[in-house]
Design a protein around this ligand. Structure first.
Ligand code: ATP
Ligand code: MG
Length: 257
């Protein structure tokens, strides 16, 4: 069963075709990876799915509904959340506060109610804090709960971003280069974390340049080059695809996998 279907997606910027007639589906409960050389259009696909960019054409179907035209907050409410290629944490807030911020779509704790601190908002706050600690524990950051985001090492910031995204209780989690800047040990931890996320019943779509990781974790891989899909399938099919190998010439695709 598919949780998300992208149909004939096109995105242009002036004369540049960032995404060209792209169609693919994401199977529920699996890990799908989106790979391709720099500038292939991968992040643009995430930006279209999450409502940050409005596609020039095509449809994005989720839960029987076309998401195109919906603003990002409505897409989060429907159960899609993401992390960013360039980490976007609240740097001056602590780790636990960052995770709490991810929950606001679920608590419905409006600004006025929080300001006047009604009984309900105090209860909500306690609830949010408890849940935030649980997500911090889930990603292995409990010991750093009161560190400002900016004080954390890079790899921990990436995991904190994942915790914040999980706090919105997504059905579908989009990870944009979650392993970037991580050393080998951190990458291994990340793989284990992604497996645990899938065990929670959350579907994952991941963009990454680390072929070793992508090949290990993915059930299905979609390959983009210049905004077009050039291949898709299980890791073993994609690894041996001639067009994929050609697209990666100069990027040492074989060595990386
Ligand atoms: N807001 C924008 N305005 C104009 N061009 C853009 C914009 N966003 C992306 N692009 C262009 O669209 C193309 C695809 O960009 P995208 O960021 O999706 O690539 P990517 O596959 O994620 O690459 P990378 O692996 O380097 O992150 C690039 O040529 C990029 O310069
Ligand atoms: Mg990108």
């Amino acid at each position: 069963m598919n949780i998300l279907t992208v149909e004939n997606l096109t995105l242009t910027f002036g004369g540049l075709m960032a995404i060209s007639d792209l169609s693919f589906s994401v199977a529920k409960g699996q890990v799908t990876s989106l790979i391709g050389p720099n500038g292939a259009g991968k992040t643009c696909v995430f930006n279209c799915i999450t409502g940050f960019y409005r596609p020039t054409g095509g449809r994005i179907l989720f839960g029987g509904e076309n998401l195109v035209g919906r603003p990002p907050y409505q897409i989060t409410e429907r159960g899609i959340c993401r992390t960013f290629q360039n980490i976007r944490l609240f740097n001056a807030l602590t780790a636990v506060e960052n995770v709490a911020a991810g929950q606001h779509t679920r608590t419905g704790c409006g600004l006025l109610r929080c300001l006047f601190r009604t009984g309900r908002s105090r209860r909500d706050e306690r609830n949010v804090r408890e849940k935030s600690f649980r997500w911090l524990e889930f990603v292995g950051l409990t010991d750093f709960y009161d560190y400002q985001a900016r004080q954390l090492p890079y790899g921990d910031q990436r995991r904190l971003e994942i915790a914040r995204a999980l706090a919105s209780e997504p059905k579908l989690l989009l990870l944009d280069e979650p392993a970037a800047g991580m050393n080998h040990n951190e990458q291994e931890r990340l793989l284990a974390l992604i497996r645990e996320i899938v065990q929670l019943g959350i579907t994952v779509v991941m963009i990454d340049h680390n072929m070793g990781m992508v090949m290990q974790i993915s059930n299905h891989i979609v390959v983009l080059d210049y905004g077009r899909k050039i291949a898709e399938g299980p890791p073993e099919t994609v690894r041996n695809d001639e067009q994929v190998i050609n697209a990666y010439l100069g990027e040492d695709f074989d060595a990386a996998s």
